[in-house]
Design a protein around this ligand. Structure first.
Ligand code: 4AZ
Length: 274
């Protein structure tokens, strides 16, 4: 199957920076309520209207951040988990020099200069990470200052109920508002329910590892994260339960979004939060 996940394998190279930014800067498929004028995706997606998103604000979700490259292009999301620590996807940050990544907090609209920008000093990538679809797609960024925004707690092994099939979630990001579309200028949210392990295995076979991942999406599609949302938060009950990781297209019926299962990694990640 064709996964649309963009692995940022070359974004840090001089020649590849622009290309990688262009590839990676697409993300949350979440447009507001009813954009009936949205054009159809050019390929593949049976669900072609903008997928069930709506505007969101860092006033309500202070811990959601985005990452920019050295050219100032947004390429991924993240979550403030301690004063100077941001949790994101490993696939967002592997290979690059930390100083080329900037964390932008407290800015809903990418075209403004609201909020704060922090430089990344160090990057911790889960030691078992190889690729998004093999799991451990989690990383912790240490930034050069204490951020004023309230951090979001990580889900722990005690939070199993938050992963029950059908449970409500919120996913946030500045990524694309439809599969194959352009990135969002402003922060969006969508509310895909948790998918059962059985349904997610049906969609992805052996690539879905329920210990390392959790899926979310409606059976009929329509609400999902997308390119550029990678690394951003999937939230339930005031806890970070998932990290946008991969999927087959965006918001398609039968292929939910796949998220890093944060509770599995909570102890190791918490140890990085100081
Ligand atoms: C991506 O390319 C991506 N629908 C993120 C999330 C999903 C698919 C692709 C899930 O960053």
């Amino acid at each position: 199957m064709t996964h649309t996940l963009r692995r940022r394998t070359r974004w840090w190279s001089v020649s590849g920076a622009l290309t990688a930014a262009a590839l990676a800067s697409v993300a949350i498929t979440a447009p507001a309520g009813a954009d009936t004028t949205a054009s159809e995706p050019t390929s593949g997606a049976p669900t072609t209207k903008i997928v069930g998103g709506e505007p969101a604000s860092t006033t309500e979700y202070p811990w959601v951040v985005y990452l920019t490259d050295s050219g100032g292009n947004q390429f991924c999301g993240g979550t403030i988990a301690a004063k100077n620590k941001v949790v994101t996807a490993a696939h967002c940050v592997t290979g690059g020099a930390p100083r080329q990544i900037t964390v932008v907090a407290g800015r809903d609209d990418k075209t403004t200069d609201e909020g704060v920008e922090a430089e990344v000093r160090t990057v911790w990538v889960h030691p078992e990470y190889q690729s998004a679809s093999t799991g451990s797609d989690i990383a912790v960024l240490t930034v050069d200052r204490e951020l004023p925004q309230t951090p979001l707690p990580l889900a722990t092994q005690q939070d199993n109920a938050l992963y029950a099939p059908g449970a409500a979630t919120t996913v946030l990001g500045w990524g694309t508002t439809e599969e194959g579309g352009g990135p969002s200028r402003t922060l969006l949210q969508a509310h895909p329910p948790i998918t059962s392990d059985q349904d997610c295995s049906r969609a992805y076979g052996g690539q879905y590892n329920p210990d390392a991942m959790v899926c979310a999406g409606l059976p009929e599609g329509g609400e999902d994260s997308c390119q550029g949302d990678s690394g951003g938060p999937l939230v339930a009950d005031g806890r970070l339960i998932g990290i946008v990781s991969w999927g087959n297209g965006c918001a398609r019926p039968g292929t939910p979004g796949v998220y890093t299962r944060v509770s599995t990694y909570q102890q190791e990640v918490q140890a990085q939060l100081g």
